[in-house]
Write a new protein. Structure first.
Length: 160
């Protein structure tokens, strides 16, 4: 147990003494620049820092706008993708319906081509008018007429 090492404490970071410059180069401080710098140079440095802050703010604003634009583009892309999917589904349904209608039209066309045409119906009408079935007589009527004629011939009333 005696040879167990005790944990060592890390060395404390030394704080700069008054008058020494800090090692934090990029850390902004609100303290004015040391008075040993000529006023013109201090003014130029302050102006440069002010411009740098303005540029950083502009960069930050541009970055936010860019992120917003990217998000909007992603949303629009997703919406367009969904619309395209719906259009594809509708297109498939329309193609299916067109194929069904086309099949029904083929069947209808076959039925029409196998049915009687107008000239055939006109020919039948011509024969019907020629024969005039309303002037036909029945068998009984024909038999009676023949019998009457034969009776008249026998009786000598009518000559053939």
């Amino acid at each position: 147990m005696a040879d167990q090492k005790k944990p060592t404490n890390p060395k404390p970071v030394a704080k700069p003494k008054t008058g020494e410059k800090s090692m934090d180069l990029f850390k902004h401080s609100n303290k004015p620049i040391a008075s040993s710098i000529p006023p013109k140079m201090a003014q130029d440095i302050n102006e440069t820092l002010r411009r740098l802050r303005i540029l950083e703010e502009r960069y930050s604003n541009i970055r936010k706008k860019t992120q917003l634009a990217e998000q909007n583009m992603l949303e629009d892309t997703n919406n367009v993708t969904e619309d395209i999917k719906l259009l594809n589904i509708n297109l498939k349904e329309l193609r299916k319906e067109i194929n069904e209608i086309s099949g029904k039209m083929k069947i209808l066309n076959q039925e029409i081509s196998s049915s009687a045409q107008k000239r055939d119906l006109d020919l039948l009408n011509k024969y019907m008018n020629f024969w005039d079935p309303m002037n036909f007589i029945s068998r009984e009527e024909a038999a009676k007429i023949i019998e009457d004629i034969l009776n008249e011939i026998k009786m000598g009333r009518k000559k053939i």
